[in-house]
Design a binder for this molecule. Structure first.
Ligand code: NAD
Ligand code: UDP
Ligand code: UDP
Length: 323
């Protein structure tokens, strides 16, 4: 079908009602594209897309990606998958199905349409890493039979499928390995550390530190991440990834807790709880490849990103917790 505007594309975003997906959709609509969001609303919510209710170039379709999907689009971002340990461990079999059957269906769709297809992979493919920071050519240290495996191995298998569709069927693929990302529209109760600590601090509840809080993570603000997605999608067919997208700034969970306590002025106490099984001890992206291939690096400092996220929860928490 001839398009009205050459540069306007019809873009599918699976998982678009979630935290990252909703920001990606905002960005694609700002660029003038049409967006079809496909989501089963398992962890995402229509509230994240409320502001697009009457948008002429936006459409939401409730659908589970583990079932075949027949739509007509020019480009695909595959984000559908619960991302927080609490949610992905809630129904682990469904988590693996979402990653694996979901990837097969989305790749089958992309193959029929000859469309470029982006996969939201994860730093979890590195497991509890023995190489630090993690470059893309590190193969990882993943427990195949633990409580995190449904997510980690599901995402690893999805990567395998993306690369086999690329090699076997000539599909143009873009695989991003996303490191911990935060920002407004994170689920207030999905157990991820940034939202947990902020909500606890704002409500005056104890800040729950798992283990002794010495484990590290590197936190990327969502706007920076979305910029990385768009740049990766715009590269030529030779750039397939996998490519790390994340902020190399590395913090211990204790440092994060102290920062959030001081920024919110909260008097919450720290509460030390048991460290979950297989919790990675450290994580930091090596983003050399993203810098070289995409000219990308994060711009938003942790403090600035936390300020935006704290503001969001301050304003929205009463509504979120009432629902
Ligand atoms: P999220 O839970 O907010 O969003 C995931 C979305 O996928 C939700 O809207 C959910 O309803 C939808 N979904 C889940 N299963 C589905 C299914 N079977 N069919 C259709 N839709 C389904 O999580 P997020 O943080 O926005 O993560 C988005 C993507 O990025 C995920 O693939 C996640 O694995 C990946 N990722 C996120 C992070 C992070 O730090 N946020 C890190 C690494 C990778
Ligand atoms: N598929 C889909 N939409 C499409 C084309 C395919 O959901 O537009 C699904 C279909 O269910 C199939 C999967 O994608 O099972 C893989 O498709 P592929 O063509 O690679 O394999 P095959 O159809 O031979 O199993
Ligand atoms: N964490 C914590 N308190 C919380 C939630 C998480 O100390 O209330 C820790 C968790 O054990 C992990 C880190 O924070 O070491 C990041 O956890 P998250 O679930 O956000 O992401 P992931 O473990 O998938 O990187």
């Amino acid at each position: 079908m001839a398009r009205l505007y050459d540069s306007r594309k019809r873009i599918l975003v699976t998982g678009g009602a979630g935290f990252i997906g909703s920001h990606l959709i905002d960005r694609l609509l700002e660029q003038g594209h049409e967006v079809l969001c496909v989501d089963n609303l398992f962890t995402g919510t229509k509230r994240n897309l409320d502001h697009l209710h009457n948008h002429a170039r936006f459409e939401l379709m409730r659908h589970d990606v583990t079932f075949p999907l027949y739509v007509e689009v020019d480009e695909i971002y595959n984000l559908a998958c619960p991302a927080s340990p609490v949610h992905y461990q809630h129904d682990p079999v469904q988590t693996t199905k979402t990653s694996v059957h979901g990837a097969i269906n989305i790749l089958g769709l992309a193959k029929r349409l000859k469309a470029k297809v982006f996969q939201a992979s994860t730093s979890e493919v590195y497991g509890d890493p023995s190489v630090h920071p993690q470059p893309e050519d590190y193969w990882g240290n993943v427990n195949p039979v633990g409580p995190r495996s449904c997510y980690d191995e599901g995402k690893r298998c999805a990567e395998t499928l993306f690369f086999d569709y690329h090699r076997q069927h000539g599909l143009e693929i873009k695989v991003a390995r996303i490191f911990n990302t935060y920002g407004p529209r994170m689920h207030h109760a999905d157990g991820r550390v940034v939202s947990n600590f902020i909500v606890q601090a704002l409500q005056g509840d104890p800040i729950t530190i798992y283990g002794d809080g010495s484990q590290t993570r590197s936190f990327c603000y969502v706007d920076d991440l979305v910029e990385g997605f768009i740049r990766l999608m715009e590269t030529g067919p030779e750039t397939t990834g996998p490519i790390n997208l994340g902020n190399p700034g590395e913090f211990t969970m204790l440092e994060l807790a102290e920062k959030i306590l001081s920024m919110t002025g909260s008097r919450s106490k720290l509460e030390f709880l048991e460290l979950p099984q297989d919790d990675p001890k450290q994580r930091q992206p090596d983003i050399t490849r993203a810098k070289e291939a995409l000219g990308w690096e994060p711009k938003v400092q942790l403090e600035e990103g936390l300020r935006q996220t704290i503001d969001y929860f301050k304003h929205r928490l009463p509504e979120l917790t009432a629902a």
